[in-house]
Design a protein around this ligand. Structure first.
Ligand code: COA
Length: 150
């Protein structure tokens, strides 16, 4: 698997990005403001993530996604580790990530990659989306924010 920066004149793997965020407008803003990286195997795009500068020396990892057929094989963990390394190389001090209270797999993944929970944005998802979201039998209401010093 090779991870490289996505080139702005290439077509955007939108179906992949939609796995992590159902909102076209929020994807569009992240792509515009952040640096997008893609993981390829034999020229097929199998994963993606975006690094979005938010505050001085702080960067946020957003839109991490792996194609459905390849999930559960360690690719997500490789993407998160690569994002941390890229942020470190770019001399950021802190990397942050946010996920839903019901996103148990994602909460496991980020903590296995040494992120710590720092805050809860209560009712973030209830306010941001009109439709109710359920995962693992739990309503997704709150944004759990995680952080890692670099
Ligand atoms: N409890 C404990 N650990 C769990 C778990 C659970 N319920 N579910 C997953 N994990 C662990 C795995 O065991 C693995 O850890 P390990 O290597 O120590 O075994 C780790 O989480 C990550 O697994 P991996 O195979 O690397 O993940 P993946 O390739 O399936 O990618 C996502 C993870 C989230 C990127 C992928 O499922 C995806 O694209 N989902 C849709 C988009 C999305 O939700 N993005 C995140 C937005 S916040």
């Amino acid at each position: 698997m090779k991870i490289r920066e996505w080139n702005k004149n290439e077509s955007l793997p939108i179906n992949l990005l939609l796995l992590a965020d159902p909102s076209y407008s929020s994807i569009d803003e992240c792509v515009r403001r952040g640096d997008c990286f893609i993981a390829e195997e034999e020229e097929e795009i199998i994963g993606i993530f975006i690094l979005l500068p938010t505050r001085p020396r702080t960067i946020e990892l957003v839109n991490v996604a792996v194609v459905k057929e390849r999930q559960g094989k360690g690719i997500g963990k490789e993407l998160v580790k690569s994002a941390i390394e890229k942020a470190r190389q770019a001399v950021y001090k802190t990397i942050e990530v946010g996920t839903g209270n019901s996103s148990l797999e994602q909460l496991a993944l980020y903590q296995k990659c040494h992120f710590r929970m720092i805050s809860v944005d209560s009712d973030f998802f209830t306010k941001a989306y009109t439709e109710e979201i359920y995962e693992n039998g739990i309503q997704c209401r709150d944004m759990i924010r995680l952080s890692q010093d670099l």
